[in-house]
Design a protein around this ligand. Structure first.
Ligand SMILES: [Zn+2]
Length: 284
């Protein structure tokens, strides 16, 4: 068995799912839920893999040790020689077989931005699952913009990759949100019964269509809140001496100053219209 992977198996046929926490080592809500479930989760059918993504970073309470694990789920030919030599690249290889066999993944994250808004990352084929999860914002489009993430890897292998951002690292509600989400996820995939006090929330769907990767560095013109609505022409900041403006009315996310080239400075998204979701048939 691979380090920090816990497998709960029944002899009843059902789906295979994975719940991950600690893909970024300083995001404690997922680590806490995976730890708790690994000790006491009881399931009715199927298989659940519980995985601490980056155990070394969790111990050091840091985002990562050598590279972002959530950009390492790629074929080796897509990584540089230096990236291939990292702890995270090796850890991604250990975890890949569990993600490949999974019908669905729930990867639990939190954010370092104070006051950050909880939201979901998935692609459209998972809309019918995520509409039952306790998040007001659902985003898509990430597989194209940020390849190498756990959820993108599951999507590529025919499963449903769902990542949840549960709010700020220190927000005590983040653990509660993560636990509740995991219980609903297990129910929706037919692994466990319906959770008590289940309810749905009204959701807004946003498709991310642009990421700014720095050419030099990035200095924001001001602070932007996550999912702040900005108008066409809004000055977002400067990459070196080049001013960067919003090309159309949109939502901005993860806007931050960056010191060097090749870093992610911000993302832009827009509302999804004509969203189609089918009614989910829940296996009980
Ligand atoms: Zn994270």
């Amino acid at each position: 068995m691979v380090d920090n992977v816990f497998r709960i198996k029944t002899n009843k046929p059902g789906k295979t799912v994975t719940i991950m926490g600690g893909v970024h080592g300083n995001e404690v809500c997922g680590v806490s839920v995976v730890g708790e479930f690994s000790k006491k989760l009881k399931i009715n059918r199927g298989i659940v893999n519980l995985i601490i993504g980056n155990p070394k970073a969790v111990v050091a309470n840091t985002r990562h040790v050598e590279m972002n694990l959530n950009r390492a789920f790629l074929g080796l030919s897509c990584l540089t020689k230096a990236q291939r030599a990292t702890y995270e690249s090796k850890r991604a290889k250990e975890i890949m077989p569990y993600l490949k066999e999974s019908d669905a993944l729930l990867d639990i994250h939190s954010s370092g931005t104070p006051g950050s808004v909880p939201f979901i990352i998935c692609e459209e084929h998972s809309y019918e699952v995520v509409k039952y999860l306790p998040f007001k914002i659902v985003t898509s489009g990430w597989d194209n913009l940020e390849p190498g993430a756990t959820d993108g890897f599951v999507n590529k292998n025919g499963g449903q990759g769902i990542c949840v951002e549960c709010g700020h690292h220190d927000d005590p509600k983040a653990i509660e949100t993560a636990r509740k989400t995991a219980m609903v996820f297990l129910w929706l995939l037919g692994i466990k019964g319906k959770p008590k006090n289940f309810s749905t929330v009204r959701q807004t769907f946003v498709k991310m269509w642009h990421i700014h990767i720095t050419k030099n560095n990035f200095e924001l013109s001001r602070n932007f809140k996550d999912f702040e609505k900005i108008k066409k022409g809004t000055l977002i900041g400067a990459d070196g001496s080049k001013k960067i403006k919003a090309p159309k009315d949109c939502y901005i996310l993860f806007a931050r100053n960056r010191q060097s080239a090749g870093e992610e400075a911000f993302l832009l998204g827009e509302l999804v219209n004509n969203r189609q979701t089918k009614t989910l048939k829940v296996v009980t």
